[in-house]
Design a protein. Structure first.
Length: 228
């Protein structure tokens, strides 16, 4: 029997045992086109087809997992490099960042409602911590002038104590300083993703007697707009 014929018979035998083309090619080093021609008429049992399907699915899962791991690694590297690019912030940079944050998330004085106090609301605990620090250290606001409210959806009413403890831990604010808890009516068919135990609502920072500060921040915002 010629070597070529031996390879063909071995390939057919492996195929009948349920081996994939890739697995066969590792043992029978021929062109894939030749292998396809040899195996064209080789039928497979249901069990053999199931084995091949499982192998394809397993290969796809491994490929997806590898892509995910690569993406996580690339993301981490990008973030680490970007973080180093920031360096140490100056007082002026912190001042401008806080102003920009308030521009996006703070309450604004309206013509029909003059005298609005300074209020900032968000669900991001890191942003909330930054803003508290900004008020105290950049704007020189006494900590005793700050009050805090929490807004949560009504279907999390049973988690009130847990949510207060969470915000207290994140901000360093004593639990008793959260003045009011407001409950929002929850929609039955909500599109919100954070509906589980990782949901902690949003927190509003109020500054007592701060309409002048609100106007000053508005002026700082206008200065940013003109300079930009």
């Amino acid at each position: 029997m010629t070597p070529k014929l031996q390879e063909k018979e071995k390939a057919i035998l492996l195929r009948k045992e349920g081996f994939s083309y890739g697995e066969i090619l590792k043992q029978v080093p021929v062109a894939k086109s030749s292998l396809a021609l040899w195996l064209k008429s080789v039928g497979l049992s249901k069990a053999q087809k199931q084995r091949l399907t499982e192998k394809k699915l397993d290969s796809a899962r491994r490929g997806a997992l590898k892509k995910k791991e690569d993406r996580i690694l690339r993301t981490r590297i990008i973030k680490e490099i970007a973080e180093k690019e920031v360096g140490k912030l100056t007082k002026r940079e912190k001042w401008l960042i806080g102003t920009a944050l308030y521009w996006a998330e703070g309450s604004k004085e309206k013509e029909w409602s003059p005298g609005s106090r300074t209020q900032f609301i968000n669900s991001d605990c890191l942003m909330i911590k930054f803003f508290i620090n900004w008020l105290i250290n950049t704007c020189k606001i006494d900590k005793n002038m700050l009050t805090f409210d929490i807004y949560i959806h009504d279907n999390h009413r049973h988690r009130v104590r847990e949510i207060i403890k969470y915000w207290s831990k994140q901000t360093g604010v004593h639990e008793n300083e959260f003045m009011h808890i407001y409950f929002k009516r929850d929609k039955v068919n909500t599109k919100r993703k954070n509906t589980g135990n990782s949901y902690f609502g949003i927190i509003k920072i109020n500054v007592r007697q701060s309409s002048s500060l609100n106007r000053k921040i508005s002026g700082w915002t206008n200065g940013i707009i003109k300079s930009a």
